[in-house]
Design a binder for this molecule. Structure first.
Ligand code: HEM
Length: 120
């Protein structure tokens, strides 16, 4: 079985650091923070872990949550917000010393989910 990026970069401990840093970057942006105002802290943390793990290859069998379309339906996520979140994820991965080729793979995965997440 091919090694996932999740495993390549050290699994849970490294991904936890990435999640923490990505979360800080997201919540610094009012534009992105607004989507999480009515969401419990637990769900927000869960979101970050699921988000990062999913795009680093822990999917689909390890992910038991809702489909990406169902999970984001009704949130009204804009294309601009999606692009900003993707940029912040890329910045986080650069800061974590993830190789550029792997960042490109991750960003392609993020882009492939765009149509299920963006509503307007
Ligand atoms: C490729 C990009 C994304 C991935 C892989 C992703 C992943 C996920 C996952 C796995 C869930 C479901 C969590 C669960 O039901 O257990 C979720 C829900 C959610 N996502 Fe995302 N997400 C992405 C982009 C975004 C963006 C750009 C925003 C807003 C800026 C966002 C905001 C939310 C919110 C508010 C929820 C609902 C939390 C709740 O009500 O429980 N997501 N996302």
């Amino acid at each position: 079985m091919a090694q996932t990026l999740f495993d390549k970069y050290g699994g849970v401990p490294v991904v936890t650091e990435i999640v923490r840093d990505f979360y800080k970057r997201l919540m610094r942006r009012p534009n992105l923070r607004r989507y999480f105002v009515n969401v419990s802290l637990e769900a927000v943390i869960h979101h970050q872990i699921a988000f990062v793990s999913m795009v680093m290859g822990k999917t689909p069998h390890e992910y038991a949550g809702r489909s990406m379309r169902a999970a984001h339906q009704g949130l009204g996520i804009t294309g601009t917000s999606f692009e900003l979140a993707a940029q912040l994820l890329s910045d986080t991965l650069v800061a974590a010393n993830v190789e550029q080729a792997d960042i490109d793979t991750i960003m392609a995965k993020v882009a492939s989910l765009r149509a299920d997440i963006v509503e307007r």
